[in-house]
Design a protein around this ligand. Structure first.
Ligand SMILES: N[C@@H](CCC(=O)N[C@@H](CS)C(=O)NCC(=O)O)C(=O)O
Length: 258
């Protein structure tokens, strides 16, 4: 059975997976575009319990979390395309790789993603996941699941808090200062070859640039060289920008209001 990818092509987390599939030269997959209500539907909650995208179904094996999916795909297609993870018997390489993945997850992602939340996601209110007029079998009160899912969503929480944006930008600068030292010693975060750990930075690094910080990497020459190299990869250049998605959504909303 074909690999199924559930997501939105332009979405930051889905774009991680599309980049990896392109690096691996995998084209034989089915892409299922998810709408807001699809993400909260029971069949998707069985794939992604937090009601988010992306998720995959690989011949009945269901997996969520973009970074976990990328690691799964890098291993599944280990023998083709770009090598994106160390070999199983390369213990030190594996340690270095996981270290670099942790840099992204624990020092880079939070401030970078939070700039996206403040300046982009918060301003976009999703339509409700359930019908506003519930059927007799539904109660007026949102279900426990609805409440939990809403709590985990960044959407529709109002305009950007610029004081928070400044705080996240400063946190990101602090992380990039250290990245610059690491990247003075090696071409990529986990060594002299590109790996998933590097590619994971693309969606939110690019978004921070697009959301008012085009020169974010300028003060850090090694980071600048590294990120420009990543942005220039064919795999990434084939992924549509999330800004296009939000422009389309805004256009649709304005059209509907006319
Ligand atoms: N840690 C998750 C994050 C997933 C996530 O936040 N997905 C966003 C799109 S990038 C989403 O589904 N947002 C919809 C919502 O929160 O309602 C991953 O990497 O897959």
């Amino acid at each position: 059975m074909t690999l199924k990818v559930y997501g939105i092509r332009e979405s930051t987390c889905t774009s991680r997976i599309l980049t990896v599939l392109a690096e691996k030269g995998v084209t034989d997959y089915e892409f299922i575009t998810m709408g807001p209500a699809d993400m909260k539907a029971p069949e998707h909650l069985a794939r992604q319990p937090f009601g988010k995208i992306p998720a995959i179904d690989d011949d009945g094996f269901v997996l969520s979390e973009s970074r976990a999916i990328c690691k799964y795909l890098a291993k599944k297609y280990a023998n083709q395309g770009t090598k994106l993870m160390p070999d199983d018997d390369d213990l030190k390489g594996y340690g270095r790789f996981e270290e670099a993945c942790s840099y992204e997850a624990f020092y880079f992602n939070h401030p970078a993603e939070s700039i996206g939340v403040e300046r982009l996601f918060k301003g976009y209110a999703r339509p409700p996941a359930r019908s506003p007029s519930p059927s007799p079998s539904q109660t007026q009160e949102p279900t426990h699941t609805d409440k939990q899912i809403t709590k985990h969503s960044a959407h529709g929480n109002g305009p950007a808090d610029e004081a928070l944006v400044a705080q996240y930008k400063s946190q990101l600068d602090d992380a990039l200062k250290i990245y610059d030292v690491i990247l003075a010693k090696r071409a990529y975060l986990a060594g002299d070859q590109v790996s998933l750990a590097d590619l994971f930075h693309l969606p939110y690094g690019k978004l921070a640039k697009e959301l008012g910080f085009p020169d974010i990497f300028e003060p850090f020459p090694n980071v600048k060289r590294w990120f420009e190299g990543l942005e220039g990869r064919e795999s990434w250049m084939g992924v549509p920008s999330i800004m296009e998605f939000f422009a389309r959504m805004r256009g649709a909303k304005e059209g509907a209001a006319e």
